[in-house]
Design a protein around this ligand. Structure first.
Ligand SMILES: NC(=O)c1ccc[n+]([C@@H]2O[C@H](COP(=O)([O-])OP(=O)(O)OC[C@H]3O[C@@H](n4cnc5c(N)ncnc54)[C@H](O)[C@@H]3O)[C@@H](O)[C@H]2O)c1
Length: 416
């Protein structure tokens, strides 16, 4: 069997299998079709016989009209290679302009566990981006997740999906979703995760911001209100650019449960959960309405302790929802993924929709401390642009202040 040269034995094997001549001259057309020369090999052992012949003899095929065309093609291939093209790309396309490799609406997900991947899947199926970057300290896991999503590319509006352990993969993001960190175990409350997740944020946030200085950061890791505050501090960004997913999810749970009780569509049930995403969240019963009709005007006991219809149980169910789901399936994922992708949609499409998200509430509702809590916020490309001045009852206000003081206490006790 004739060996072309080191590194080309596979081609020679194929030729001889088909009973073709092993002479270098007979092999020439195949090698011309198979290889596009990118650069003259520096190692003589890597040269094909054709290359050697061309170099030694100026009257070899390279001087014929056809081979001049081939040379031109070769040159084009080389040019194209320099911009990551392949020979087939050169054959099928006329390049008019250089493609931009990165999307202007790049989204990154940091931490690709159950929550990170639910967020990733949800932003992809909503067609919110042309580029999704995934990063996690578990290299195999993040690569596996990337591949699994890429294999579904034919069924969604195509997005470039990239991954890596190094956060540099997130460079030039418009939105960064932070879900890295430990999650609650059965029965564990969110505040107990604080110190562990803070240590993770300290290693991540400055790097993420230096790579994507224009990004809006959405913090999802728990306890989300305190971690959002700390992310804001670590980031050096203006407060509007750092948002916690907050009670966007609790509000959805609240509306869902009301819709079940009234047998009306969830989108038509308006109500808000504000304050901490956690045990001290505040249901704004005074504002619950259907088509602008406040339920409390029709039923003053709504959400009070003296309510014979027990509407206040709905808020208890909201607070216990995560504990219940974690007990049943080990973690929560789909609803938080949908909640975050809804926020991302508002930000990237700049629709100015109002979401209950965690933001810096110093000076809002008489809160003096520098803490992050959820209140209804207008979101857009610039992050939080406005906070809605919600009318709260004295009871609701007192509960919100209690939420704020618990946040402050936890921040003060932290080893930063
Ligand atoms: N805000 C909310 O409404 C809400 C809802 C659900 C869960 N959460 C929180 O989200 C977080 C993630 O939950 P989960 O169920 O996905 O947990 P998970 O354990 O499935 O995933 C966490 C991921 O973070 C990764 N990670 C850890 N350190 C990292 C680092 N330095 N850089 C990059 N990645 C890192 C881990 O490798 C893991 O893949 C938890 O803190 C959880 O409590 C928040």
């Amino acid at each position: 069997m004739f060996k072309l040269s080191r590194g080309h034995s596979q081609t020679a094997d194929v030729s001889s299998k088909h009973g073709e001549s092993c002479e270098p001259a007979a092999h020439r057309p195949i090698s011309q079709k198979l290889y596009s020369r990118v650069a003259t090999p520096t190692n003589p052992a890597d040269k094909t016989p054709q290359m050697e012949a061309e170099q030694q003899n100026q009257t070899t095929p390279s001087s014929t009209p056809n081979s001049r065309k081939d040379d031109r093609d070769d040159r084009d291939d080389r040019d194209d290679r320099s911009t990551n093209g392949t020979s087939l790309q050169v054959k099928i396309f006329h390049e008019i302009g250089k493609p931009i490799q990165s999307s202007l609406h790049k989204i990154s997900v940091v931490g690709t566990g159950a929550v990170g991947m639910a967020c990733a899947f949800s932003v992809l199926t909503k067609n919110l981006t042309g580029e999704l970057a995934l990063t996690d300290v578990q290299g195999d896991r993040v690569r596996g997740e990337m591949m699994d999503l890429q294999h579904g590319a034919a069924f969604i509006k195509s997005a470039k999906i990239i991954s890596g352990v190094d956060p540099k993969i997130t460079a030039n993001s418009r939105v960064i979703i932070i879900t890295a960190g430990v999650r609650q175990k059965e029965g564990e409350n969110r505040l107990s995760l604080l110190q562990r997740n803070l240590d993770i944020l300290k290693s991540l946030v400055p790097k993420l911001v230096s790579l994507s200085p224009d990004a809006v950061l959405i913090v999802v890791s728990n306890p989300v209100d305190i971690l959002t505050y700390l992310t804001w501090k670590l980031s050096g960004l203006p407060k509007n650019k750092v948002i916690g997913s907050g009670t966007n999810l609790d509000t959805s749970r609240f509306r869902f449960l009301i819709s079940q009780k009234l047998n009306v569509g969830v989108e038509s049930c308006h109500g808000w959960i504000i304050g901490e995403h956690g045990d001290t969240s505040v249901p704004v019963w005074s504002g619950v309405n259907i088509a602008g009709v406040p339920l409390r005007e029709l039923y003053p006991a709504l959400g009070t302790d003296n309510d014979p219809d027990n509407w206040q149980e709905i808020h208890k169910t909201v607070v216990n929802s995560a504990y219940e789901v974690i007990k049943l399936k080990g973690y929560t994922s789909w609803a938080i993924g949908l909640s975050v992708s809804d926020m991302v949609e508002t930000i990237l499409r700049n629709t100015h929709k109002v979401h209950a998200v965690s933001t810096n509430v110093q000076g809002v509702h008489g809160i003096n401390d520098q803490v992050y809590l959820s209140v209804p916020c207008v979101l857009g490309e610039n992050g939080v642009t406005h906070i809605v001045k919600q009318k709260l009852t004295d009871t609701e206000l007192a509960k919100l202040h209690k939420s704020a003081s618990i946040m402050k206490e936890n921040i003060d006790n932290l080893k930063i």
